[in-house]
Design a protein around this ligand. Structure first.
Ligand SMILES: C[C@@](CO)(OP(=O)(O)O)[C@H](O)COP(=O)(O)OP(=O)(O)OC[C@H]1O[C@@H](n2ccc(N)nc2=O)[C@H](O)[C@@H]1O
Ligand SMILES: Nc1ncnc2c1ncn2[C@@H]1O[C@H](COP(=O)(O)OP(=O)(O)O)[C@@H](O)[C@H]1O
Length: 279
């Protein structure tokens, strides 16, 4: 039996940093969605655990115990094996939770392959602050350090463009660069009737990590300007700790047209179009 698991890109439509815990981790308030753009895992029964990484973004991704997929497998304890193949399509260290989504997909896939329950919430969080939200991909409000997952209103149809300039931005450095650790949370989420209504509301919200990320990687400003200049773009913002930025469009077709344009003007950047994804 082969089990397939999709690891979609995570997008922080908003990312408000509202405080800092004593252990240094930051408190967040974030509207999170997922895109139907992502990595793919194939899991087959085997004697031992093994991992191979292929695909257009495989270069530089660790294949040893540092890989979050193997860390996820280790949470089940010894005794069962699997041959895991990861088709890596998302850029790493990019603010779209590629490694976290791979870890969550591995947890789902291995639980299905082995007929086991998922590890407990504390163990899942130990893999990374973004792993809990990636376990059940869909639109949610994420709080705490990432462990508090609250329902979000239904989203309207919209198209998403993801653009990464090929610069890895380390998350700890971006958090360290925050000028203020305590900022206002999001207001109550209102519900949105259209893509433009959603984009207008998002324009009044923030990604507090954008200024320190731009200090680390000034090219983020160019990426935001390039997305904003594409026809039909309703909003351009950075996701997570960067450097990936996203554009919101009325529908997938408009986002795809923008991706074609960016492939022509910036062939050195990664640009993919899609739509919201829920498991
Ligand atoms: C910033 C966010 C927003 O969704 O996304 P990415 O930029 O990673 O995609 C996440 O909180 C990242 O989650 P994740 O990448 O899993 O974080 P972890 O591995 O647990 O932590 C990496 C480092 O980020 C910092 N960190 C992370 C999460 C958090 N709530 N506060 C923090 O201060 C800490 O310095 C930590 O050592
Ligand atoms: N499966 C994986 N895919 C990508 N990176 C991984 C993976 N496992 C471990 N890593 C390591 O985790 C780091 C952060 O990757 P990622 O989760 O993609 O970052 P971000 O959450 O900022 O997008 C990378 O620099 C890489 O060395």
């Amino acid at each position: 039996m082969t089990v397939e698991a999709f690891a979609p890109a995570k997008i922080n439509l908003t990312l408000h940093v509202t405080g800092q815990r004593e252990d240094g981790y930051h408190l967040l308030d974030s509207l999170v969605v997922f895109a139907d753009i992502g990595d793919r895992l194939r899991l087959d029964p085997a004697e031992d655990i093994s991992l191979s990484v292929t695909g257009p973004r495989a270069e530089g991704v660790p294949v040893d115990g540092r890989n979050l997929v193997l860390k996820a497998a280790a949470l089940f304890g010894p005794g069962q094996g699997a041959r895991i193949r990861l088709d890596k399509r998302l850029p790493a260290a990019a603010g779209i939770g590629g490694g976290s989504s791979d870890a969550a997909a591995a947890l789902r896939g291995l639980a299905a392959l082995w007929g086991r329950d998922l590890p407990g919430a504390g163990a899942v969080l130990s893999l990374g602050a973004d792993v809990p939200v990636c376990l059940a991909p869909g639109p949610v409000r994420m709080r705490g350090v990432g462990e508090e997952i609250l329902p979000a209103p239904a989203l309207p149809e919209f198209g998403i463009l993801l653009v990464n300039p090929g610069v890895e931005v380390p998350t700890p450095a971006v958090f360290r660069g925050l000028a203020r650790k305590t900022n206002a949370p999001m207001p109550d989420l209102p519900g949105w009737g259209s893509a433009s209504g959603l984009a207008d509301w998002l324009a009044g919200q923030r990604n507090d990590l954008e200024p320190p990320a731009r200090d680390e990687a000034p090219v983020i400003g160019e990426v935001l300007a390039a997305i904003a200049a594409t026809p039909g773009c309703l909003l351009a913002r950075m996701s997570g700790s960067g450097a990936t930025c996203f554009g919101i469009y009325a529908d997938r077709a408009a986002a795809e047209r923008a991706a074609v344009l960016l492939h022509e003007t910036r062939p050195d950047w990664w640009a993919e179009a899609g739509a919201p994804y829920s498991l």
